[in-house]
Ligand binder design. Structure first.
Ligand code: HEC
Length: 120
């Protein structure tokens, strides 16, 4: 085979292979770096106070903004939509109007979910 054609073909094959792997990037679940969730996240010590400060003003009562978020049961059953809302992925980003949570705080919530949404 002509060397130039061969070189051109190889480059296009590499480009095609690269664009395919790019398309396959996983969306969910969020990959976490090793050791990211080394510490068990406490619901009563971390998650509940965070929601009290940042979310309960709008979401903690019947008749407030849906979803109702007021305790372990309501926060754990809405965990995936909460995570999407914290990141603003496909839905209005929360807390509504900002200021938004730091990435590290959002990842901490994700760790609590990954660890089984403990009521600890
Ligand atoms: C200032 C009031 C306010 C605060 C504070 C607030 N929210 Fe919201 N939230 C809203 C409103 C209003 C909507 C409806 C937004 C819409 O439909 O565009 C909403 C919607 C949501 C939704 C549903 C998103 C969907 O469409 O699936 C979730 C989940 C949510 N909020 C979680 C949270 C969390 C978690 C916090 C705290 C970090 C928070 N919110 C803080 C007002 C608030």
């Amino acid at each position: 085979m002509n060397k130039k054609i061969f070189a051109g073909l190889s480059v296009s094959l590499i480009l095609i292979a690269y664009s395919c792997t790019k398309d396959k990037a996983p969306e969910e679940p969020t990959p976490l770096p090793p050791g990211a969730c080394a510490d068990t996240v406490s619901f009563s010590g971390v998650i509940e106070p965070l929601f009290q400060q940042k979310c309960f003003s709008c979401h903690d009562q019947n008749g407030g903004t849906s979803p109702l978020l007021k305790d372990h049961a309501t926060i754990s059953s809405n965990a995936s939509s909460i995570y999407a809302a914290l990141k603003g992925e496909g839905v209005t980003r929360m807390p509504n109007g900002g200021p938004y949570l730091a990435d590290s705080t959002i990842e901490m919530f994700n760790c609590w979910v990954v660890q089984g949404k403990l009521n600890n």
